[in-house]
Design a protein around this ligand. Sequence first.
Ligand SMILES: Nc1ncnc2c1ncn2[C@@H]1O[C@H](COP(=O)(O)OP(=O)(O)OP(=O)(O)O)[C@@H](O)[C@H]1O
Length: 794
Amino acid sequence: MAAQDAAVDSLRDRETGIEQEHLDRVYRRLEEKIDEAEFLMRDAGKRGQVGTPGALAERDAQVFRAGIHLNRLNNEFEDFLFGRIDLLPGKDGERGPDGAYTSVEPADDAVREDNTADIAETLHIGRIGVLDSDYAPLVIDWRAPAAAPFYRSTPKAPGRVVRRRVIRSKGRRVLGVEDDLMRPELTAFLDGGELPVIGDGALMAALGQARSHTMRDIVSSIQAEQDLVIRAPAASVTEVSGGPGTGKTAVALHRAAYLLYQDRRRYSGGILVVSPTPLLVAYTEGVLPSLGEEGQVAIRAVGSLSDEAAGVEGATTYDEPAVARIKGSSRMLHVLRKAARGALEQPAPRRAATEEDGQLSFGDEEAPRPPRGTPDRLRVVAFGARIELEADELKRIRHNVLGGSAPVNLLRPRARKLLLDALWNKSSGKGRYTDPELIAELRSSFDEDVSTETPFLTFLDAWWPELTPRQVLAAMADERRLGRWARRILNPGEVRRLARSLKRLDADGRGPLSVHDVALLDELHTLLGTPHRPKRKREMDPLDQLTGLQELMPQREETQWERAERLAAERTEYAHVIVDEAQDLTPMQWRMVGRRGRHATWTIVGDAAQSSWSDPDEAAAARDEALGSRPRRRFTLTVNYRNPAEIAELAAKVLALAMPGMESPAAVRSTGVRPRFETVRDGGLAETVREEARRLLAEVDGTVGVVVAMDRRAEARGWLAELGERVVALGSLEAKGLEYDATVVVSPAEIADESPAGLRVLYVALTRATQQLTVVSGERDLPDEDGVPDLLRD
Ligand SMILES: Nc1ncnc2c1ncn2[C@@H]1O[C@H](COP(=O)(O)OP(=O)(O)OP(=O)(O)O)[C@@H](O)[C@H]1O
C-alpha cells in the first residue's frame, strides 16, 4: 500500500513539475512582453512631439495599449494559468486566430480499433491569452472559442477532449493538478507515454474551500450547463433561472467578462450589473477584476442605481413590508404623476409670509429657495398702469399648461408664455395699433420689459418652481395632499402609511431614503424632467490627451476602478444590463432599471422561489414592460453547488410550503453533517446564538453568518460584537445572494411571519451555508422535543 501511495505521489510530483515547466515558459514570455512594452513607452517618451499628427496619434494609442497591458501583466494574477486540455486530432485540421485547431469533433480515425489514440494537441487555458514568439498559443484566454471544450466537454459528450486538467498555482508556483477523464474507455498516448490521471476532479476541491467575505471566480471549474449561458449570444434577452447555489450570480459575472472579450467595441457602451443589496455588491465586485475586466462594468445595488440617491451613498434602510408593498407597486406610477404636477402648488406656509404688491416676500437671500406657499395673484406694471391676474385666471392658465403629459419642469417656458399672453390681453398695448408689424414689435418689447422685471421673475419662481424629485417625495408626506393625489388609487390606510414613512424627509427631501424610495425618485426625475443647462466640459478621453510617456503617468493615477466609477456616473444608459436576483425587483424598480437599458441587450438571472416581493404576477408584468417585445432565450441551471445535500434537504421542506410543486436543485455533494437544532437556553436568545456562533467558528475555517428577522438586525449585531470579523449578523432580506461556511438561522417563524413573502425569505436564509447550518428556535417556532421548529418538520 505504502509503495502504491509513493508511486501516486511521485506521479503527482512529476505532473506538477511538467506544468511548472510550462508556467515558467509562460512567465519568460510575459517578461519579454513586459520588456517590449517598457521599451515602447521609453522610446515614445524620447521621441516627444515629432512626426505627422497621424503617426503621433497611432504611436500614442500604441503606448496607451502597451501601458494597460503592462499593468495587467504586472498584476500577476493568482491562478494566472489554471487549465489544460489534451485533445484528439480534429476533423478538418483548420486552425483559428489563437493558433488552436477549430474543430470540436475528432477526426474519424482519431481512435484506433483497440481503443487507443494519440493526443494531437495540448492547450493551456488562462485568464488572458499569451502567444509565444512564433505565434503559437502558450495560453488560451478562457473566453476564446478554443477554450470552450475545457468547460463544455463531459464524459457523455467529450468531443475531442480526452483529459481535462485544473492547475492550481499561486503567482509563479504550481501547487498541484486535478484531472477529469472525459474518455475513460480510451488509452491515450502523449509523447510516447500513457496519459496519466491525477486526483478526483477539480470541482469538488473548489466547492470544499472555506469562504471569505468576497466571492471567488469559478473560471477553472465552470460546468457545461453554466458555460452554455456564459457564452450564449448577446442578442435580445437571456433569462436564466435556477435554485439557490446553482451559480446564477457567478455565471452572470463571467458572462459580463465574456461579452466584453467577444465584442469590446460594442460593450464600450458599458455593462450594468444590478444587484439587490450593497452587501452583495461588496461580495461580488472583486470577481470581474480577477477575470481581467473592470473598466466597463458597473455593479450597482438597486438602492443606489439612481443619481437621485447620490449624497446618501445609496439607500440601505428598508421600509416595513406593508409600506414597501405600496412603494414598489406599479400603482405608484399614477400617484407620482399626480404628485409631480400637484406639488407645483405649495400649501400656504404656517408662518404668514409678508405679501407685498401681490408677491410673496422671500427675504433678501440670493440663493434660490424652495417655494413657500404659492402666490395667488400676479401684479405687474406696464405702459404706466397696473395689470393683475387673479386667482381664477392663474388657475385656468396652470390647467392649460398642464394638459398633456410633458415633464413639469420643462413646461415652465410655456407657463411663462401664457402668463405674458394673459397680461398682454389685459394691457392697453393690445388695442394700440392695427398694423400687425407694429403690434408684433410692441408685444415683443412688452414681453421683454415685463418678463425681466423682478415682480414677474419672483412670481414665476414661486408659482412654477423648478421642482426636484426629492421635494415632490417630501410633499407626499402631507397626508391631505397625498390623499388627493392618490384618490381611487390607494386606500386611506395606504395613504396614511405612505405619508408617515416619508415624514423622515425635510421639505427639500433631505433625510434617510429607503431602498424603495429610490425607484420613486427615479420615476419622479423622469416625470419632472431636467431643463437644459450648458454642459460641463467633457473630460478628455485618455487617447485624446496622450502624447507620450509623460502624459501616460498622470493618467495612471486614476485607477481602472475609479475610471469605471466615473464613466458609470456619467452614464444613464448601458449596452448590456445584467439583473441579478431579478425575482426581487418590484414593478417600480423594473421601470427604473428598464430606463437604463432601453437599447440594451439583457441577461436576467433569478429564482421565483426566492422572491421577497409579495405579488410576483405584478412584477412579471412590469418586467415584460421593461423588456418590451425583445425575443427571450431561456436557460435553467439545475445543480446546487453551494449547499451540501443535508442542508438542501431541510430547505426543500420550506420550499414545499412556499411554492408547492416547485423542484429544488440537486445538491452536488454531501458532507455527512446534518443541520443542528437548538432551542433558547437559560441565558436567553442572545447567549444561545452567541454560543452557537462561537462553536461554528471553531468548526469551520471561513465565515459564519447569523440570519435574523429584519427588526432584530441591530440587536443581533450587539450579540456578536466580540466574536471578530469572521462572523456577521444579517437581516433576512440582506442575506440575499450571500454565502457562509456556516450559518445560524434564528427563529424561522419570525422570519416567515415578517411579510407575505416570508416563507420564501426563510428559504433564502436556509440556503446560505456551504458546510454547516444551525436553526435556533424561539417560542413562536413551537419546537418539538428535538428542537425542530414546526415549519421544518416533515
Ligand atoms: N462551476 C462551479 N465551480 C465552482 N464553484 C461553483 C461553480 N458554480 C457555482 N459555484 C459556487 O457555488 C456557490 C453559489 O454560486 P452563486 O452564488 O453564483 O449561486 P446563485 O445561483 O446565485 O445562488 P442564490 O440564488 O442562492 O443567490 C458560489 O460559491 C460559487 O462560487
